[in-house]
Design a protein around this ligand. Sequence first.
Ligand SMILES: N[C@@H](CCC(=O)N[C@@H](CSC=O)C(=O)NCC(=O)O)C(=O)O
Length: 297
Amino acid sequence: MSFESNGEIACCGGKLLKLSHKSNEIGSHMDVNIYLPKQYYNGDGNPIPVIYFLSGLTCTPQNASEKAFWQIQADNYGFSIVFPDTSPRGDEIPDDKDQSYDFGLGAGFYVDATEKPFADHYRMFSYIHEELPHALDKFFNRDAKKLEFVHNTGITGHSMGGYGALTGFLKYYGKDRYVSCSAFAPIVNPSQVPWGQKAFTGYLGHDKELWKQHDPSYIIKNVDNTTGSEILIHQGSSDPFLEKQLRPDLLLEAVKGTSWENKIKVNVVDGFDHSYYFVSSFVPQHAAFHAKNLGLI
Ligand SMILES: N[C@@H](CCC(=O)N[C@@H](CSC=O)C(=O)NCC(=O)O)C(=O)O
């Protein structure tokens, strides 16, 4: 599996690589950005841990690369950060019938679709958690293990991407993949909110029992927190999507009486909205959290 370069940009002490590759899962080309920190170029040769940042509705890999300010934190602690796309792209890819922003292109919701016409291309769960990490591993680690794409990794994301991060972390829990998970204003209970209900109906159909297998607020009840993991969440109090779409209270309610009770730290931050002004304000705290879990500090 090979990646083509669409540009290499000097940034902080390292480089942001804009890549694209042919994905077998998605059946078309996918763009992905990766920031290689200064330690990649001048470090001691130890493999560099990777954090995956899953973006929200309407995003491409550029939004977070340009506006989240992860790069300076990556240099501070010595991790790399991968910014995948949020859906398949291209003329042949089916979109929402009304071309709305919350379904179809830019809104793959990090699930493997089972419904036509989306099932052929919208395989974002398998792409993000299997194909992409292994493809990056093969490409970057041909000669020596330079970057840890598959094991001892972190995952985070914003909004729809926060949903994707929570789901991936929980579904792979105990499987030597993600050792650290955080989220910015995540959709925590998609089965119960309009964005999630629209996506799940379109990608997965009408079976609400099946939806539960893709919903962190249900999945978490069947995952034993064997290592005392904590999940860090920030949520703006002035986020216009808080009451209708995000509802972090539903996740806290779901974990009551489970091994995750008191392990999910929801920080409601006064006056912040849903934008990258909010995300970038709390990236330093999330970076420190992941760095600790990844053994960097
Ligand atoms: N209608 C709005 C809503 C889209 C929006 O706010 N997208 C967020 C993520 S929302 C949840 O997944 C986003 O990250 N936007 C891109 C950005 O750079 O801010 C709209 O279309 O703006």
